[in-house]
Design a protein around this ligand. Structure first.
Ligand code: GTR
Length: 346
């Protein structure tokens, strides 16, 4: 059904507000400038990651750095600051936009406040499986989404896998959407995630990843949602040992470069960076598949209680979220282009 003018205006206003909120950070702007001042070696590029050093996203960016160093004859190098050392994803994004950080690897979810196109791959139940997701992101839809970031100060280099996210709680089994009622569920910094959890009946609490363990321990939130590898490496399973396989979102990761830094590079170095980023993707996917299998096996062995709900009522409950975020015809067309990819293409 076509969205009314009022609905379209409402969505646009919500987006502008989210974007303003996102970019309003005086202290961070100063932090960014200070960080930029420390960068002595112009050929050493820095990247940030919320995950620990052994996580597949960090390994993939390190692999990209290895390729970059080798292919530039040692002229360009890349260092990753893992474990959230440079701040939460929202902060590193902001610092990269301001030019204080060269790269950042983040979930695509907080980018929804930067460019509306980034909302599309975070829509619930958009991708059928990993194969569909990879085909969509490697193809024209993925290229459109990465290119949409450029006017907002970020060069979208590539997507990495992040599997499917499922809910986990301190005790309640989530078998039907009603089971989320009255539960405070931590979500990433994304209005779409807030809307999704609310559509399912839960109370959404946006919170940086690094604070979730304590948040659950202290009962500030009752649960969260994430993929197997993050659920394991963050040790969230220790405080929230009931994992319900809702697989509601397959929001990918993105590797981004600061457009300010990008513009200072020669065209050939820009090409080289794009090429090395693209070549790190198959490396990451192989690591990801292996890590997901291992994490699931280790969590099962550790005694996590696993619930396998029927997805149908969850799919039904989040339908209004699609309508709410796809009021612009171009965004709806992008989502439908992905949804309708034939099995042969995906
Ligand atoms: C992980 C993702 C991180 C971060 C985290 C979160 O799956 O890899 O980039 O976004 O989820 O929930 O904040």
């Amino acid at each position: 059904m076509a969205a009314s003018h009022a609905e379209r205006n409402g969505a646009a206003a919500r987006f502008r507000l989210a974007r303003r909120r996102f970019l309003a950070g005086g202290a961070l702007a100063m932090g960014g400038a200070a960080l930029a001042g420390c960068w002595k070696n112009a050929n050493l590029l820095r990247s940030a990651d919320a995950h620990p050093a052994d996580y597949p996203t960090v390994a993939a960016v390190n692999e990209m750095g290895r390729l970059l160093r080798a292919r530039s004859g040692g002229r360009l190098a890349l260092k990753t600051y893992a474990g959230g050392q440079l701040g939460a994803e929202k902060d590193t994004l902001e610092i990269a936009i301001l030019g204080g950080l060269d790269f950042t690897r983040v979930s695509i979810a907080p980018l929804s406040a930067v460019a509306e196109e980034a909302i599309v791959p975070t829509l619930p139940f958009l991708f059928r499986d990993a194969r569909h997701m990879r085909a969509a992101l490697d193809g024209p839809p993925g290229r459109k989404i990465l290119a949409a970031l450029e006017p907002h100060g970020l060069i979208g280099l590539c997507f990495y896998d992040a599997g499917a996210r499922s809910f986990y709680t301190r005790g309640r089994r989530i078998e039907r959407p009603e089971d989320l009622k009255g539960l405070k569920i931590r979500v990433m910094n994304s209005d779409m995630f807030v809307a999704m959890v609310e559509a399912l009946g839960g109370d959404a609490v946006p919170m940086p990843y690094g604070e979730v363990y304590q948040g659950m321990l202290q009962g500030v939130v009752d649960g969260a949602e994430n993929n197997w590898p993050s659920y394991e490496s963050s040790r969230h399973f220790e405080v929230a040992p009931v994992y319900s396989l809702t697989r509601h979102v397959m929001a990918p990761e993105a590797l981004l470069m600061s457009a300010k830094r990008w513009r200072k590079l020669s065209a050939s170095d820009q090409d080289l960076i794009r090429e090395c980023a693209a070549d790190s993707v198959p490396f990451m996917r192989a690591l990801w598949d292996e890590r997901s299998r291992q994490a699931e096996a280790r969590l099962r062995a550790a005694g996590v209680e696993i619930v396998a709900p029927d997805p149908a009522p969850f799919v039904e409950a989040v339908r209004p979220v699609w309508d709410r975020y796809l009021t612009k015809p171009a965004l709806r067309a992008l989502a439908e282009e992905i949804r309708d990819m034939r099995a042969a293409d995906a």
